[in-house]
Design a protein around this ligand. Structure first.
Ligand SMILES: Cc1cc2nc3c(=O)[nH]c(=O)nc-3n(C[C@H](O)[C@H](O)[C@H](O)COP(=O)(O)OP(=O)(O)OC[C@H]3O[C@@H](n4cnc5c(N)ncnc54)[C@H](O)[C@@H]3O)c2cc1C
Length: 387
């Protein structure tokens, strides 16, 4: 590729992780030339990403603030015989907004859309059209790759935007409504009230396999809306997810599986919450850590980001253990009890859990008391796992 100025960092993939790194580097290291290469004709993919405001450290929130499209002052959960509301603020970002902000922020010619990448080295990317981009360092942000090194279950969902014929009356998101049928395994409906007459409704379930039956989920959403007396219909936007829920594995093998020597971020690098598959808080943290790194040459960048991935893996051990208990110790139809019990705990503890920052005392609190899974099966499942 002929360019007037050498490229310092080529980020491959303009989704959540790659997009946030590009924005963090533009803000914090404007002297660097950063090129963002995306296979699709727009940045960001097709997502509504959400998180609790407390998942992101106050000093880091500036990075996602321009991307926030909806925000709420609290949320609620529903389990059989148990409704609870929380005041923890929640916010949603959209792919469209990330696309728009990247188009505004990246200098002309440094956001390359519709350019799928075929192969990577630590200092070059070969595009499918045969063009080669040379850079001091390459970051692979192409989303989930070969995850055979991990022992996974799945959190799967289909979400639809709904227009209601009359105001729906919901003022806070329903994070989990697990009063729905639980016979297949842990299942819940997630609802975001995005305006007075619009909802985002998602049917979510945890199972051991990655297959997603989309027509069945659309039918379940319609049934749920009917049961809530929300007359209306889907209004176009639909998204699906098959997110990894990690019970164990080998982080070094995950990194070695593809493009050896190339720094990996986002789901590809293992930066996600082991029980929820969510990666937004980690993507913010990693983007700002990269923007603060002094040595950004290929090998140095790889070493520093891999060290972050290993530290993250170590820090996720507790959540891998809970994933193992959820999938391997609890009967599918009884899995909801694990979450119902968790949602009876202190809101601050729940907040630290989603942020991946559970303290030692939190961990004890989560594990003590009358266990919602048979203790013998839990011990057996944990003993067999490579957590
Ligand atoms: C529908 C959905 C909703 C989700 N909601 C949430 C949420 O609310 N909160 C949360 O924390 N997590 C959520 N997640 C989980 C996770 O945070 C997201 O999957 C997140 O987008 C992962 O970030 P990423 O950067 O690793 O991958 P992605 O965001 O998927 O980005 C990968 C990018 O790489 C591009 N790409 C792929 N291959 C190539 C190639 N060969 N050449 C060039 N470009 C390529 C893709 O087009 C894409 O733009 C959601 C996931 C899905 C699927």
């Amino acid at each position: 590729m002929t360019t007037s100025r050498p490229i310092d960092i080529a980020i491959i993939g303009s989704g959540l992780a790659g997009g946030l790194i590009a924005l963090a580097l533009r803000a914090r290291r404007p002297e660097l030339r950063v090129v963002l290469v995306e296979g699709s004709d727009h940045a960001g993919g097709n997502h509504l990403w959400s998180c609790f405001t407390s998942d992101v450290a106050p000093g880091n929130r500036w990075l996602i603030e321009p991307l926030i499209v909806h925000g709420w002052g609290g949320h609620q959960v529903r389990f059989p015989g148990q409704d609870r509301t929380f005041d923890t603020a929640y916010a949603s970002l959209t792919s469209e907004r990330l696309d728009a902000v990247l188009r505004q922020t990246m200098p002309a010619g440094d956001l390359l859309l519709g350019r799928p990448v075929a192969a990577l080295t630590p200092t070059s990317a070969t595009l499918a059209d045969g063009t080669t981009i040379e850079a001091r360092a390459v970051i692979d942000a192409r989303g989930p790759g070969d995850m055979a090194a991990l022992d996974l279950g799945y959190q799967k969902f289909l979400g639809q935007s709904w227009r209601c014929d009359a105001p729906h009356g919901l003022s806070r998101p329903i994070m989990m409504d697990a009063t729905v049928d639980q016979s297949e395994g842990y299942r819940f409906v997630y609802v975001l009230p995005v305006s007075a007459d619009r909802l985002f409704i998602e049917d979510t379930y945890y199972t051991t396999g990655p297959a997603l039956d989309e027509p069945a989920l659309r039918a379940r959403i319609a049934d749920y809306a009917r049961a809530q007396n929300w007359a209306g219909a889907p209004d176009g936007h639909e998204e699906t997810g098959i997110l990894p829920v990690c019970m164990g594995g080998d982080i070094a093998a995950l990194w070695a599986a593809e493009s050896p020597g190339v720094a990996k971020v986002g789901l590809r690098g293992g930066f996600f919450h082991a029980l929820t598959g969510y990666s937004l808080p980690d993507a913010v943290r990693v983007a700002l850590a990269i923007a603060a790194m002094r040595d950004l040459d290929g090998a140095a960048l790889h070493g520093q980001i891999e060290a972050l991935a290993r530290a993250h893996w170590k820090g996720q051990r507790f959540y891998r253990m809970l994933s193992t208990m959820l999938f391997r110790a609890a009967e599918p139809a009884e899995r909801w009890r694990v979450l119902a019990r968790f949602y009876r705990l202190d809101p601050a503890l729940i907040g630290r859990f989603y942020a991946g920052r559970s303290t030692f005392t939190d961990r004890l609190r989560i594990l003590t008391g009358k266990p919602p899974v048979p203790i013998g099966r839990a011990i057996h499942a944990l003993g067999a796992a490579r957590i």
